[in-house]
Write a protein that binds this ligand. Structure first.
Ligand code: SAM
Length: 281
């Protein structure tokens, strides 16, 4: 078993009972997904769906004709479908597998810090492509939901954040994920990138700070470099703007006000970016 993935299974198992606590987060994610261009009667694909505590599947099925859930953890998807009472729904389709295609090689790095350049080359090569999963795209709407921080954490767990190769691999994982999201969207469709970027583990006041001070509090955290590797909201936005390679494929890129994701024992601050894929001429 891949130890990096075992960590994901453990996290999903532990965070299953958080449906009630995740209400605000779920309403924000689901509400945005229902309003995106292409939603009505369209096909939705969610990357990192896991336990789906952030998705009201019944509400989404009132809007979308198909909901495709992608995750490496089959048991989390099974749980979600059962818990939300949609197990008989043919319109809900699960896809199980490693979205990066590099998980086994990253685990090999984790197990042997002197891994050969050949392993690194293989990781670089896999990350230079989009996901190896054969998903039935393109989709009208594609959502990445709190998976990017986990993908980057797998790089941290594989080689450590102080390793000179960390920055390169972290950027390659992030770039691959963005390419995967954008390339899965049909021209004229929409994307929604949702990412947790700091938690109460390193920002103890996150739980208590009142709503009206939340944005200002987060700005202070970001200025003091208190955020998860690679997912500063400004950097997440920059992947789709200016000179970024994907910027020419997207339009109407909009950063939403940050919100909270309550995971019971821990709270997270979450960034959301909506955008559209430019229609073909
Ligand atoms: C923080 S959880 C998402 C939370 C979930 N949307 C919820 O609210 O219940 C991140 C998810 O990404 C999945 N994941 C992590 N690495 C992955 C990979 N390489 N390929 C596919 N899924 C992955 C994990 O299994 C986990 O379900």
């Amino acid at each position: 078993m891949n130890p990096l993935f075992e960590e994901e299974y453990r996290f999903n198992q532990a965070s299953r009972p958080n449906w009630d606590a995740a209400k605000q987060h779920r309403e924000t994610v689901t509400g945005n997904l229902k309003r995106l261009p292409g939603a009505q009667g369209g096909r939705l694909c969610v990357l990192g769906a896991g336990n789906c505590n952030d998705l009201d599947l019944k509400q989404l099925l009132q809007v979308y004709s198909e909901v495709h859930l992608v995750d490496l953890d089959q048991s989390a998807l099974d749980y979600a479908i059962e818990a939300q009472g949609v197990s008989g729904e043919a319109a809900v389709v699960c896809h199980v597998g490693d979205l990066t295609g590099a998980g086994q090689q990253l685990a090999a790095l984790a197990q042997d810090e002197n891994s050969s350049e050949a392993v690194l080359d293989e990781i670089r090569e896999r990350l230079s492509r989009t996901t190896p999963l054969e998903l039935p795209g393109p989709f009208d709407v594609v959502c990445s939901t709190c998976i990017l921080s986990q993908l980057i954490l797998q790089v941290v767990n594989a080689i450590g954040e102080t390793d000179p190769r960390f920055e390169e691999l972290m950027k390659a994982v992030r770039a691959q994920h963005y390419r995967t999201v954008v390339e899965l969207i049909t021209p004229g469709g929409a994307g929604f990138i949702v990412s947790d970027f700091v938690s109460s583990e390193s920002a103890a006041d996150l739980k208590q700070v009142p709503d009206f001070q939340f944005t200002q509090y987060l700005s202070q955290l970001l200025s003091s470099r208190n955020f998860f590797h690679g997912v500063h909201p400004g950097i997440l936005l920059a992947q789709l703007q200016g000179n970024a390679p994907l910027a020419r494929l997207v339009q109407n890129v909009e950063m939403l006000p940050p919100w909270r994701w309550d995971l019971g024992a821990r709270q997270y601050a979450v960034a959301g970016i909506r955008f559209e894929r430019i229609p073909e001429a």
